[in-house]
Structure formats: C-alpha cells, structure tokens
Design a protein around this ligand. Structure first.
Ligand code: URA
Length: 265
C-alpha cells in the first residue's frame, strides 16, 4: 500500500473506532490486569525459608492480606496517612483494574459518616465516592433533612466513604476476601473521623460492618457497628430501581434527624 493510502486507511479505521465509542488509546496486545503473575515458590506464613537455599533462590512469603491491612491501617495517625496507606496497599487485585483509589468525600468533622459499597464507573473516573446517579440521589435524600457533604457546620455535614476504595470489574459484588482485607482500613477510617453515628448503605455495607445482610429487615431500626450507633438504609442505587421504597427511606431519614436532635431516633 502506498503511504498516502495507508495513512487514509488508518485514519478511517481510527474514526470508525471513535464512532463506536473508543475513547482511550491502548496497546495492540491486550493486558489482563487481573492475571496473577506466574507463581514463585511460596512459603507458608510463619515457616522460615530453608536455610540451605541458595541466596538467589526466588522465595516469596505468602502474606496474609488481612494481617498486612491491619498493620498498614494501624500505623496511620491521620486521614492523609490512611489515604496514603490505602494507595500503597498492593494486596487487592481490584486496584490493578481501577483508575483511582476512591477514599472519601465530605466534611471529616461531620457527626454522620455514610459507608457505601464500592465505587462505580463515575466514582472510579473522578476519584470521589457517590458522584454518579446514585450519588446524586443520595445528595437529594440528605438535602431533604438539611444535610450535605462539605457543609461547614458539623451538625449538617456528611462524611462519605465506601467499604472498597477500588471499583470491582463490571460493578460485580465484592468478594468476601476483598471485604475482609479492606475492613481494617474502614475501621481505622471510622476511628480517625470519630463520627457520632454511621449510616450503612445497602447489603454489602451491612454485611461488612454488622456481619449481617437482609437490608429489608435491617433497615428501620438502629443497631450498632464498629462501636457506634448504625442505621442501615436502602442503597440509593436500589431506590433508583425501586422508587416505591423511597417511602421507607424517608422514614429512615427522619429517624436519623431525630437521633441527631437528641431523641431516640
Ligand atoms: N455506590 C456505592 O456504594 N458507592 C459509591 O461510591 C457509588 C455507588
């Protein structure tokens, strides 16, 4: 093909891909970021490598990610340090497929800390929790009782995070081992923020914090999680699919408002 023709053929192909929705330049050969690299010899935790091994033998100690997460989170003394510890945590495969580590949003002085599930597509792109359609509904729900993330007054402010800081592929449910390795970070997050109450958005958050799911039964009553009063609520993504459930959510918001005003809630 002469080079002029080749240029126009390539240009036409590129325009065709853009028309199909391609918006990113990637390499010619696909990279599977979830692929586990070829296993090095593994030594079970706690067992020392054989002393006779040649010094250049590649030995990889099988680290327990939950122990590593507890160690990393436990060393942090501020939210900035906790964020850095999460960004540096290399034991969760989800991180490889994510664009951003989604840490938190809102006012850290807030009395209310909301814990969601995991970032979706919009959150992954922007690096902030609850910024897609479900997040916009969440903002409207709390605005109805006079609360907003970033409100300067801690009484009216919200602080928002998720159980997982990385988007699971295709928004699949988090796996139990992924939740387990993120919980030390979530627990430390709550310790550092010191909210008065937690709001648990949906089943995954309830499973992670309370060890129970079944949001339809859990919602509508205060319980306790991570040492604090906790209110399970329908996830706003569920409300988008089931608008009739907004009625119960309104009742839950009023319970929260009453609790913050000093009542039983
Ligand atoms: N759903 C969540 O649980 N968290 C987000 O940040 C976005 C959607």
């Amino acid at each position: 093909m002469d080079s002029d023709l080749e240029f126009h053929a390539n240009k036409a192909m590129l325009e065709w891909q853009v028309e199909l929705g391609a918006d990113e330049a990637i390499s010619e050969t696909p990279v599977n970021r979830f692929d586990v690299p070829a296993a090095l010899p593994v030594v079970p935790v706690g067992r020392a490598p054989a002393p006779a091994a040649a010094p250049d033998d590649a030995v990889q100690v099988a680290l327990d990610p939950v122990v590593e997460a507890k160690r990393a989170a436990g060393q942090t003394e501020s939210l900035a340090e906790l964020r850095d510890a999460l960004v540096g945590f290399e034991h969760c495969e989800l991180k490889r497929g994510a664009k951003n580590t989604v840490f938190a949003d809102g006012n850290p002085a807030a009395r209310v800390m909301i814990i969601g599930e995991a970032p979706g597509r919009d959150e992954d792109i922007r690096g902030q929790p609850f910024v897609g359609r479900a997040g916009q509904l969440l903002d409207r729900m709390f605005a109805a009782i006079g609360m907003a993330r970033d409100h300067p007054d801690s009484d009216a402010a919200l602080y928002i995070t998720n159980i997982l800081p990385w988007r699971p592929p295709q928004n699949r449910d988090p796996k139990p081992e992924e939740i387990a390795m993120m919980m030390p970070f979530v627990a430390r997050h709550v310790e550092l923020v010191q909210p008065e109450v937690l709001v648990l958005m949906g089943n995954i958050s309830c499973q992670a914090v309370l060890g129970r799911r079944g949001i339809t039964r859990l919602r509508g009553a205060w319980t306790s999680g991570l040492g604090l009063p906790a209110l399970p609520m329908f996830h706003p993504a569920y409300l988008l699919r089931n608008p009739a459930a907004k009625r119960e959510t309104w009742a839950d918001l009023l319970m929260l408002e009453a609790k913050l005003a000093g009542g039983a809630g």
